[in-house]
Design a protein. Structure first.
Length: 95
């Protein structure tokens, strides 16, 4: 089971690396993929911490990812708002 968990974390790390070029170019899909990989990593680290009765270093690992996750969240939110503008404009008949 431990090997499967470690392989999962490695796969998420690889997924994060794969999205870095697009994330740096502020591509919506890349940013979304990057954030999803961080969320999955956070979830599996939480599981490992629970499973190991709090003996894992989840907090230290996630502490490094958290600022990046927060910053990409801001960009993701801006993308979401940008995509909502045309929809809201059409619903309110503003030109």
């Amino acid at each position: 089971m431990v090997n499967a968990l470690l392989n999962y974390v490695k796969a998420q790390k690889s997924a994060m690396k794969d999205t870095i070029p697009g994330t740096l170019e502020l591509e919506e899909d890349a940013i979304h993929g990057f954030r999803v990989s961080i969320k999955k990593t956070r979830t599996i680290l939480s599981f490992i911490e629970f499973w190991s009765y709090g003996q894992s270093s989840k907090t230290a690992i996630y502490r490094k990812l958290r600022p990046i996750f927060q910053r990409t969240g801001i960009v993701r939110e801006l993308h979401t708002h940008k995509n909502l503008v045309p929809e809201l404009k059409s619903k309110t008949d503003l030109d």
